[in-house]
Ligand binder design. Structure first.
Ligand code: ADP
Ligand code: ZN
Ligand code: ZN
Length: 732
């Protein structure tokens, strides 16, 4: 038998395009994917073994030894290693950062794996039910816990209870309830996972067909396209249930956990004790335990945001990407991967089916589904028979808005509120008044460090830059001509104030990043909305996320034109998605619903074609435009961004990079630029960008790889950064 290789090629968490060779001590046996500690420089660092070999360019006497392997087995299984290696290559990113980034931070820092203890499940006792009914349970938190166990599953774990109540629950609070005899603790047998709770619904025929479209033999991704409220989540849950019943695990990716607490709570309630929740809001220890529970197969469903895609799960049977159109799946710095695209790759590598769901799929997915590369399941009806509302326009050239509000919108709001329904107003701009401007000479307050105007927020006496965070005292008078400055433009806070004047007796709730900054604020706002009848809710795109409110009678979109007529590649698509998603909030209850769009272009084909009930038909013209321009999905894009401390250096290096790209450009690749980025200056740094466009992927990747070697050999001045963005979601 040949001796095992004694040299390990190891990836380290460094922005370098190379691996490092270390000698394997006789006492150690290593495998790819395994975590190791190695000497590096004067200290030590954590790495991941990529390959084993007998050959190294480093002379044998200079090879340093691997110090230890914290675990005996690889943490990253072979197919996960393949996925990450593919990702690093595809996104032209150093492998070490990709591999180490796939580990929870605690493991990257060298912590040991945690021991897993089975999670206690909690059940309400008959005494608890009696005490609750008799009003003997005084504490509000205690009431919430008991109530969650009353309506919910027979037994829930602490995390599920926390999700269901929106409370941070300490173990001792639950133990205290058990001591009073109101709760009972159950320790599940790890060999015998808790059974899922039954669904409350019989599936509609469309839903049934969608669930049946997924078989263990399914190899192509399945696009689940369903109008808002059509029961996609129910389909995912039933698919997951089938996969779990076959002894497999499920990866369930969602764009953002904080914004959609209802969804993760719903999954946890359905599969109590089986869900590992993974997102960046967790403390390091919690995240590590959830990750380890998934890796060991103790938790059968991983619910998480984009990086959860890299969770090692031994028996992967299904990947679900919910709201697949959401740009949150694309990482916007460092390793700029798209978790949706890599999910498809992971599904191929692990032979696990992939389901992409949305009411407003990306043009890429729609195209793949219509050309047969993906399967396509459609839910065209809501289970309760309500239709997504039709969309009406208010011509702002005829009805001039006052502080964003036109007379027809105000009238419709009156009627809606009088009928006891809610009005949702969407304005995708937070803040109070957008800018400080001089009406006399046109001067506008700008950030000294960015190409951006300063914005004004209520409760903050200072003017703020949204790009770099710069703050300064608000000037009273124009520095150019001395006239007093006015606040111009409209943000959610200003709109809220205007509405308070129009509707003094109606409860008003604002949903934007400023209003939900405090922990629990979003849950509290969502709860309040659910409890109220007539009310006005003002918010940014956050309003349009998958919340399910039965009382919404009217959705008003304050300013459509800004997004619809932007230069950015995806701005139009994103605006249409936002309108349809927002419209989807209306008319879920019995009352039907209306959607009013305020626009100065009511005759524009895209506005006239707005039809929330048939998204593919509505975006067909956009697909035609993309085809004509050889833009995605008909062409492939990459963006190379060059950034430096002064405009001239940035330009010079951007030109060099562009020259390298042109020199290596294969047939069919177009190199456009360099051009100043739409935000040329941010935080005192300057940005130029080069756009690569090709109808085939290969030439683009080959040229990039070669050009990248060339520019890495160039002597870049300190502080110059070059970043590659493959399949960018925004050109800004
Ligand atoms: P989506 O994820 O498409 O927005 P949901 O799965 O949240 O839709 O379903 C919308 C609403 O319809 C929810 O209140 C859900 O409980 C309900 N629902 C889903 N499927 C059914 C069904 N087959 N019968 C009755 N109600 C259903
Ligand atoms: Zn002035
Ligand atoms: Zn700034």
């Amino acid at each position: 038998m040949p001796a095992a290789p004694r040299i390990a090629r190891i990836a380290l968490d460094r922005p370098l395009d190379r691996l490092f060779d270390y000698q394997i001590p006789d006492a150690l046996s290593l495998a790819p994917g395994q975590r190791v500690r190695v000497p590096f420089g004067r200290g030590t660092t954590i790495g991941v073994v990529v390959t084993l070999t007998d050959q190294s360019e480093v002379p044998a006497n200079r090879l340093r030894p691997v110090l230890e392997a914290p675990e005996a087995e690889p943490l990253l299984a072979p197919r996960l290693m393949q996925l990450l290696q593919f990702g690093a290559r595809y996104y032209h990113h150093p492998l070490g950062e990709a591999l180490l980034g796939a580990l929870p931070p605690a493991l990257r820092h060298g912590d040991p794996l945690p021991a897993l203890t089975p999670e206690t499940l909690w059940r309400q006792t008959p005494e608890g039910a009696r005490a609750l009914a008799a009003g003997e349970v005084r504490g509000r938190r205690q009431q919430a816990v008991l109530r969650a166990l009353e309506r919910g599953a027979p037994a829930l774990d602490r995390a599920t209870l926390a999700a269901a109540t929106g409370l941070q629950l300490a173990p001792r609070e639950l133990r205290a309830l058990a001591e009073r005899g109101w709760l009972e603790a159950i320790t599940p047998d790890p060999e015998d996972p808790p059974t899922p709770n039954a669904s409350n619904h019989a599936l509609t025929p469309d839903q049934r067909a969608a669930v049946d479209a997924l078989t263990p033999e399914t190899t192509a991704p399945l696009l689940l396209e369903g109008v808002t409220g059509s029961g996609k989540t129910e389909v995912y849950l039933q698919m997951a249930e089938r996969v779990l019943a076959r002894g497999k695990q499920v990866l369930f990716l969602i764009p953002e956990i904080a914004l959609t607490p209802q969804l993760s709570a719903r999954i946890q309630q359905r599969f109590p004790g089986q869900v590992a929740l993974l997102h960046s809001g967790l403390a390091e220890g919690e995240r590590l335990r959830a990750w380890e529970a998934a890796r060991r197969g103790q938790r059968r469903i991983v619910v998480g945001t984009r990086s959860a895609l890299f969770t090692p799960v031994p028996d992967l049977g299904l990947i679900i990407v919910d709201e697949e159109h959401d740009s949150a799946f694309k990482q916007q710095d460092g390793f700029r991967y798209n978790a949706r695209d890599l999910a498809i790759k992971r599904g191929q590598l692990e032979q696990a089916p992939v389901v992409l769901g949305s009411a407003t799929p990306t043009l890429e997915s729609l195209h793949a589904a219509t050309t047969g590369r993906y399967g396509h399941a459609r839910l065209t009806m809501r289970p309760d028979g309500t239709q997504p509302p039709t969309v009406e326009t208010v011509d702002t050239r005829v009805h001039t808005p006052d502080e964003g509000l036109t007379a027809p919108l105000l009238d419709t709001m009156q009627q809606t509120l009088a009928a006891g329904h809610q009005c949702f107003l969407l304005l995708n701009r937070r803040g109070f008044a957008r800018v400080l401007a001089c009406d006399a000479c046109g001067w506008v307050a700008e950030c000294p460090d960015c190409d951006a105007r300063l914005t004004i927020h209520a409760h903050n006496p200072r003017a703020v830059c949204h790009l770099c965070g710069h703050q300064e005292t608000r000037p009273e008078r124009c520095p150019e001509c001395g006239e007093p400055l006015a606040q111009r433009g409209l943000g959610t806070q200003r709109l809220e104030q205007a509405l308070a004047r129009h509707f003094p007796n109606i409860p008003l709730i604002r949903l934007d990043r400023d209003s939900i900054r405090h922990k629990g604020a979003l849950e509290a706002a969502l709860d309040r909305i659910r409890q109220l009848d007539a009310a006005i809710v003002v918010g940014t795109q956050m309003l349009a996320k998958g919340h399910d409110f039965p009382q919404v009678g009217l959705v008003g979109v304050i300013d459509v034109d800004q997004g619809l007529f932007s230069v950015d590649l995806r701005a139009t698509e994103n605006t249409l998605q936002l309108i349809v998603q927002a419209a989807g909030r209306a008319g879920r209850g019995s009352g039907g619903g209306r959607v009013l769009l305020q626009t100065g272009h009511p005759d524009h084909p895209l506005i006239r074609g707005l039809d929330a009930a048939d998204y593919p038909a509505m975006v067909a013209p956009l697909l035609e435009e993309r085809a004509a321009a050889e833009m995605p999905p008909y062409g492939h894009l990459a963006l190379v961004r060059v950034e430096a401390g002064d405009a001239e250096t940035t330009r010079r290096h951007a030109e060099r990079v562009a020259t390298h790209l042109r020199n290596t450009a294969a047939e069919g690749l177009r190199v456009l630029g360099p051009a100043p980025a739409p935000r040329h200056r941010v935080n005192r740094r300057f940005r130029e960008q080069i756009l690569l466009q090709s109808t085939r992927r290969n030439p683009l990747h080959e040229s990039l790889a070669r050009a990248r070697q060339a520019w890495q050999a160039d002597d870049l001045p300190r502080g110059t950064r070059i970043a590659i963005d493959i399949d960018p979601v925004s050109l800004a």
